[in-house]
Design a protein around this ligand. Structure first.
Ligand code: ZN
Length: 205
C-alpha cells in the first residue's frame, strides 16, 4: 500500500509569513531590490520537510528583537523544522562537523517552497567556527546577512566581515569562500541569470 504523504496545511501560513518577510527585506535593501525582480505571488509548492541537524539549530536561535530583520529571522525560526533542507556537499568533501552545523533551503525557485522559474531565494545557515571552502557556480549571487556574522572572500574583491544588514554580490563563476568565527550566520541568498539549475561546486577555478 502506498502512503500519501502531504504537507500539513498548518505550515502554509508560516511559510507565507517567511515569504512576506523576505520580500519586505528585499524591498528595503536597494542592492537586493535591484539584483533581481521579486516574483509576484509565487505558488506554494507544499514541499515535504527534510530536516538536517542545522534545522534545530536555526529554530533555536532567537532573533535580536532590536534587529530590523527580526521579523524575517523569527519567520525562519518558525519554518525551520518543516523546511526541505539541503546540503549540496558530501561528507568526504566538507567533513562531518560542517554537515552537522550547516544547511540551506530554497524558499523560492524552480524547486523551492514557492515556485518560480526566474530566480532563486535561499535561506542558508552556518554554525560558528566553520570554513566554507572556495566554490563557484554559474548563477550570479547576492548574499544578505540576516543575523550573526561571517567573513566573505571572493576572487577580485576585498575580504569583508559582514553582519546583519551586510550584503555582497558574486559574479558568474567568481570563486568565493566564507569563514564564521565566534558567531553563526543566517543569510538570504538570491540567484539570477544563467545556471539557475546548476548547483554550486567546490573549487577555485
Ligand atoms: Zn555562492
Amino acid at each position: 500500500m502506498e502512503l500519501a504523504v502531504e504537507m500539513p496545511d498548518g505550515w502554509r501560513p508560516l511559510f507565507a509569513e517567511a515569504l512576506s518577510a523576505a520580500a519586505e527585506v528585499v524591498a528595503a535593501i536597494g542592492a537586493l531590490r535591484e539584483f533581481v525582480p521579486w516574483p509576484d505571488n509565487p505558488a506554494y509548492a507544499g514541499l515535504l520537510p527534510d530536516p538536517v541537524p542545522a534545522a534545530a539549530q536555526v529554530a533555536a536561535w532567537p532573533a535580536d528583537p532590536a534587529s530590523p530583520f527580526a521579523r524575517l529571522h523569527t519567520a525562519i525560526n518558525a519554518i525551520a523544522p518543516a523546511a526541505c533542507w539541503r546540503q549540496t556537499y558530501r561528507q568526504d568533501e566538507v567533513g562531518a562537523d560542517f554537515l552537522a552545523r550547516y544547511g540551506y533551503f530554497e524558499l523560492i525557485g524552480p524547486t523551492g517552497h514557492f515556485h518560480d522559474e526566474t530566480m532563486r531565494a535561499y535561506v542558508a545557515y552556518w554554525g560558528a567556527g566553520l570554513n566554507y571552502d572556495w566554490h563557484l557556480h554559474e548563477a550570479e549571487e547576492a548574499y544578505f546577512v540576516i543575523a550573526g556574522s561571517a567573513q566573505f572572500m571572493a576572487r577580485g574583491q576585498q575580504d569583508v566581515v559582514l553582519s546583519a544588514g551586510g550584503w555582497r554580490i558574486h559574479a558568474s563563476n567568481e570563486p568565493h569562500a566564507m569563514i564564521t568565527y565566534d558567531q553563526p550566520v543566517l543569510t538570504l541568498v538570491l540567484w539570477r541569470g544563467n545556471g539557475l539549475d546548476a548547483e554550486s561546486r567546490l573549487g577555485a577555478a
